[in-house]
Design a protein around this ligand. Structure first.
Ligand SMILES: NC(=O)c1ccc[n+]([C@@H]2O[C@H](COP(=O)([O-])OP(=O)(O)OC[C@H]3O[C@@H](n4cnc5c(N)ncnc54)[C@H](O)[C@@H]3O)[C@@H](O)[C@H]2O)c1
Length: 248
């Protein structure tokens, strides 16, 4: 799972799972662009990566907007010359409420970051990956995208969309050495949980056979594999990192 010489983009890598992924890919040898809404946290992660002896560039980016995403990816191409790995990790949970209490704005904000953001980032790198005849895309979905979590309708739907985008795009680029896969974590200990209702968290943890919350590093380990050359005969798949929650 060595990534020496590879150039990776990780969105939402300023904290949580994205940070763990960025550090893991750098530890495996990749140089990393950290695209996050929050420049200060992206800069801190970039410093940690530089301390590992790799190159890192923090790029303030809002994945909801094509102009932002395209400018960020242009910067990566200019600084590093190529894009080998894209990890679409940026995501928000949105408000955890039943449908009766949700507003249209709840739907639009979650779909905008979690699904439109993945579409825009894939679109921004895919021509480069085709021209290189090399690419690894890893989309961070969620177990909720397979099973549908109550009080998380926009989130669950966005993640179901991410899984399907993964499968469809994977089949579009089979003529090239490009692999597109997804990861579906169950509850992972990160700041995203701070805004969630405790009852929603209890519901999710209660469904995990291993009986505990996961760690960001446990997601990053699977992403390292999916971002590597070793994934040569695997594409369009969704890997669960869910403590055994998924039954399919
Ligand atoms: N933590 C979990 O339990 C869990 C479970 C399943 C899936 N996931 C998914 O994993 C991913 C990371 O989650 P996390 O728990 O680390 O979240 P987090 O809230 O800790 O971190 C998310 C990061 O994304 C950034 N971000 C948010 N909106 C953005 C935007 N519009 N453009 C660019 N960056 C943006 C934030 O600044 C932050 O650094 C998300 O896609 C999430 O849906 C998390």
């Amino acid at each position: 799972m060595n990534l020496t010489g590879k150039i990776a983009i990780v969105t939402g890598a300023g904290q949580g799972i994205g940070k763990a992924i960025a550090l893991r890919l750098a530890d495996a040898g990749a140089d990393v662009a950290i695209m996050d809404l929050n420049l200060a946290s992206a800069e801190k992660v970039a410093d940690e990566i530089e301390n590992l002896g790799r190159k890192a560039i923090p790029i303030p980016t809002d994945v909801r907007y094509a102009d932002d995403v395209n400018a960020a990816v242009d910067k990566v191409r200019t600084e590093f010359g190529r894009v080998d790995i894209l990890v679409n990790n940026a995501g928000i949970a949105g408000r955890t409420l039943p449908l009766t209490e949700l507003e249209e704005s709840d739907w639009n904000s979650v779909i905008g970051v979690n699904l439109t953001g993945v579409f825009l980032c894939c679109k921004a790198v895919i021509d480069t990956m085709i021209a290189q005849d090399y690419g690894r895309i890893v989309n961070i979905a969620s177990i909720s995208g397979k099973e549908g979590n109550p009080t998380m309708i926009p989130y669950s739907v966005s993640k179901a969309g991410v899984i399907c985008l993964t499968k469809a795009l994977a089949k579009e680029v089979t003529d090239y050495n490009i692999r597109v896969n997804a990861v579906s974590p169950a509850v992972i200990e990160t700041p995203i949980m701070e805004g969630m209702a405790q009852s929603t968290i209890d519901y999710m943890v209660g469904k995990i056979p291993l009986g505990r919350i996961g760690k960001p590093e446990e997601v990053a380990a699977v992403v390292n594999f999916l971002a590597s050359d070793e994934v040569s005969f695997v594409t369009g798949q969704c890997y669960d990192v869910s403590g055994g929650r998924a039954t399919y």
